[in-house]
Design a protein around this ligand. Structure first.
Ligand code: FE2
Length: 241
């Protein structure tokens, strides 16, 4: 089975449409979304609409939580808050109900899916977890593979019961060894935080036991223009270019 894992779309419709087209061309059987469909970008409703139309299972990201929980909104930085106030103003009652029903994690096909860090945190960043805690949590994982988003980067942590290996990955597919435990960071579709500005997602192939990073071009200037036209913070347009 080939499972596409997409994350951190952040209201970027142009990126999502090209990623979905790439998924359609790539022999993917199923797609899962790791949250943060909204925030930063100009098209939160259209992005939610695409995810719903395709019936893509999705967990809650911290940006989803922020539009339904004022305490979570207060945790956000200024630019994220400005874009989330804009986003909340655009969303319908039905969109907000959909967001309220998003689970904190999913377990599908013997893998766990969570926005930030296992077992169920939408807030913690994989990159900031100390080694000791990482060992503890990975030692208690009930699945061998957990996919996370939130950092917007591609990366993996490998744990053999004693040693931890943390690396980024790009280019070649990553082979996941049997009986080891992994946390795989799936990158971001719509808001890059690395020099490669293309949309990114991964495909987990259960037959070849590989995680393939996918890089997808889209019309970044168009999205950046929409961010500026909407009066959203310039930084979120700048980061796309
Ligand atoms: Fe995000």
């Amino acid at each position: 089975m080939r499972l596409a894992v997409i994350s951190d779309i952040h209201g970027n419709l142009e990126a999502l449409e090209q990623v979905l087209a790439d998924i359609d061309r790539s022999g993917v059987d199923e797609t899962v979304c790791l949250g943060d469909m909204i925030g930063y970008g100009p098209d939160p409703r259209a992005v939610i609409g695409r995810v719903q139309k395709r019936e893509i299972p999705c967990v809650a990201g911290n940006h989803e939580l922020a539009v339904i929980d004022p305490a979570c909104m207060l945790e956000m930085n200024l630019y994220a808050r400005i874009s989330l106030e804009f986003t909340r103003g655009m969303l319908s009652g039905k969109d907000l109900d959909f967001i309220r029903r998003l689970p904190p994690f999913l377990v599908l096909h013997e893998c766990r899916f969570v926005h930030g860090f296992p077992p169920d945190s939408p807030i913690e960043y994989l990159s900031r977890i100390p080694q000791n805690r990482m060992r503890q949590v990975m030692g208690r994982m009930t699945e061998n593979i957990c996919f996370v988003g939130h950092t917007h980067l591609l990366g993996r942590v490998e744990f053999d019961g004693t040693d931890l290996k943390r690396t980024g990955f790009k280019g070649d597919p990553l082979f996941l060894k049997q009986n080891l435990r992994y946390i795989v960071n799936a990158g971001s579709v719509g808001q890059p935080r690395d020099p490669d500005k293309r949309a990114k997602y991964v495909i987990w192939d259960t037959k070849t036991k590989t995680v393939e990073p996918r890089y997808v071009d889209y019309d970044r200037r168009k999205t950046a223009g929409k961010i500026r036209d909407a009066g959203l913070p310039e930084i979120h347009a700048h980061l796309l270019l």
